[in-house]
Design a protein around this ligand. Sequence first.
Ligand SMILES: Cc1cc2nc3c(=O)[nH]c(=O)nc-3n(C[C@H](O)[C@H](O)[C@H](O)COP(=O)(O)O)c2cc1C
Length: 195
Amino acid sequence: MILAIYGSPRRKGNTARLLDRAVEGALDAGAKVEKVVLRDLTMSPCLEIYGCKKTGRCVIKDDFETIYDQLMACSGLMLASPIFFYSVSATTKILMDRCQSLWVRKYWIDKVPYGEWTPKRKGLFIAVGATKGKRLFEGTLLTVRYFFDVLDAELWKTLLYRGLDFEGDVLKHPEYLREAHEAGKELVEALKAQT
Ligand SMILES: Cc1cc2nc3c(=O)[nH]c(=O)nc-3n(C[C@H](O)[C@H](O)[C@H](O)COP(=O)(O)O)c2cc1C
């Protein structure tokens, strides 16, 4: 199963449209896809109480419980977020911080030596920003890399687009949408090749 995580507050924004195309690509290649729209969920930020210390499961009772199971069940992951202040959106960051429970499981409970793990999952990351600076995605990529680490996911591919601001701006770039469709297909092929 591939989990597609929509991280923008806009339902038909640029990242949502790109992720829709990637999902289509994955479906065309025969994958089962589950979609999660973060803005529709009720998810508290991490409260840093470390209730996860014993079992590696977060003790806050909200929609994260379902996503946690989906994250564990997926073999591929697609995450799409707009760039907000050189990072991911707030809803995406909340999901990431709640995955501290997975960090605890991996590094405190299972005691995996740091950096010594083989990826179980492959992840595609899609991001869009309005400006065009060279360093636009730098901070975000660091964040995503370490988020994928706790998910035991390889950052398999990134699709990063500059200069898109208003809702639907991406529609002026059919080549970006084609790339996203292709990436969705390729992700499924890459997952098939590894099994
Ligand atoms: C709160 C907020 C912060 C933003 N910060 C940045 C930024 O740091 N750099 C940038 O290039 N664009 C920034 N933008 C613009 C968005 O990245 C851009 O509009 C993007 O296309 C939104 O994607 P979406 O349609 O998928 O939500 C920001 C927009 C908002 C609402």
